[in-house]
Ligand binder design. Structure first.
Ligand code: GLN
Length: 199
């Protein structure tokens, strides 16, 4: 790591969904958030957060201006954190129903996997992150059914991964931006910092 590093500039995909709360958490952690609505706004960022929302709707917006293709190559090399719908976009395989995705993170996700009754819930569970159990806010959450080699599981729900990391990519099936606990965003910023100093 370089000495006296400046603040990181992190894009938050702002086509639809829960992007504001991510921007607030990033500011609280000393990073500079930038809302990203068109492909050109990806230029000059240190990393990107793709928020929760509705992945099918996001895909429709991404069909404009060739944004899908630009994002597909962007996430291959730039640290990116997908939460909930954002995790669905990052996945290599999407089920129930099958859906197009960026195919960057080797996971299989099942959309809306927790059924209607309990599709939105708050749980506190063990995590390998230092600092004790982690609060996880699930909203019509997907389930990570399979992880490929090289994908590390950092937290789980009923034995299924809820927070995973693979190299420069991080994905959560819950909404860390809606909890007061900022460890998951901090983990992402640490990943971005490491990536930057390795360039
Ligand atoms: N159910 C949404 C989807 O399938 C994800 C929900 C969320 O992002 N909170 O895209």
């Amino acid at each position: 790591m370089t000495s006296a590093p400046g603040p990181l500039t992190i894009g938050v995909l702002a086509l639809q969904g829960a992007y504001d709360a991510h921007a607030r958490t990033l500011t609280a952690l000393g990073a500079i958030p930038r809302l990203v609505r068109v492909p050109q706004e990806l230029n000059g960022l240190d990393g990107l957060i793709m928020p929760g929302g509705e992945s099918t709707t996001m895909l429709k917006f991404l069909d404009r201006n060739g944004f899908f293709e630009v994002l597909q190559s962007y996430v291959k090399s730039t640290p990116t954190f997908g939460t909930c719908a954002g995790a669905i976009l990052l996945a290599t395989h999407v089920e129930s129903p099958t859906q197009r995705s960026l195919g960057a993170l080797d996971i299989t996700v099942e959309r809306n996997a927790y059924g209607r009754q309990i599709d939105s819930t708050i749980l506190t569970a063990e995590t390998v992150l230092p600092g004790g159990p982690l609060e996880m806010v699930f909203i019509r959450a997907p389930r990570i059914r399979l992880t490929g080699p090289g994908v590390e599981t950092l937290a789980t729900r009923d034995g299924f991964p809820t927070l995973v990391r693979s190299g420069h990519l991080l994905a959560a099936t819950f909404h860390p931006e809606l909890s007061h606990d900022s460890r998951v965003h901090q983990l992402f910023l640490d990943t971005v910092r490491q990536h930057k100093s390795a360039l």
